[in-house]
Design a protein around this ligand. Sequence first.
Ligand code: SF4
Length: 264
Amino acid sequence: MLKIHSLDTFGTHDGPGIRLVIFTQGCQFRCVYCHNPDTQALETKEMKTIETKEIIELLEKERSYFGPCLFAEQKAAGTKDGLPNFGQTGGLTISGGEPTLQATALTELFKECKKYGFNTCLDTCGAIFDQDVKALYDVTDIVLLDVKHIDPTWHQKLTKASNENTLKNAAYREETGKEMWLRYVLVPGWTDQPEYLEAWAKYFAEYKTVKRVEIIPYHELGVFKYKALGRKYELANVKPPSKLEISKAEEIFKKYLGNKVVAV
Ligand code: SF4
């Protein structure tokens, strides 16, 4: 059973293709730009629970939307880990909140997804690194890892937590040779310092498992939620990055990571 905040049956931003996206409840980070602050508490009155069986039923209803595989390497893979790979692009994404707080339940869910041939993505900030998370990674088709800042001091300021575990998660995924996408939220004045963009991109330049790097421009869509929760919004005076600011960041990332980089 999973503790969840909400779900989106037609997600197009979190992994390849059309996806059922489930947002889990609870997160250890407190990102200043978080647009889902209502997912951060470990439990809330509004929180729901969902069983693996219900998720598989939802996926079955959507199977025809998931479409054929677009990635040559997935097609070529045939079967992976002894489990069937039906070569789909779409599938299930577990996001949050921070999903790895419920790593054991998710490992069971993802194993079940494999039996039915559903592609799985895990969208994580990498806050936790332990045996349970490793086991979850091992049954995840694509890890979407948010590396929010490469500088430890800035990461702490931005998320109120260390980036140590996030980098350990990245290293572990690389060691397993399984696919990973990296995500980076571009926030003017917070995450757009050229020297740190260089350092971030350089850090991952030799990673072979990184197939895509997404620059996600900061937006203000979650601001109203802070008012509703009676919380102060730290970025009240920060505006989304301009096209020029985005393209400057893209240019720096591309120096090291080439055409894997996309601004979404
Ligand atoms: S990791 Fe994600 S859910 Fe957690 S605080 Fe940061 S943006 Fe919000």
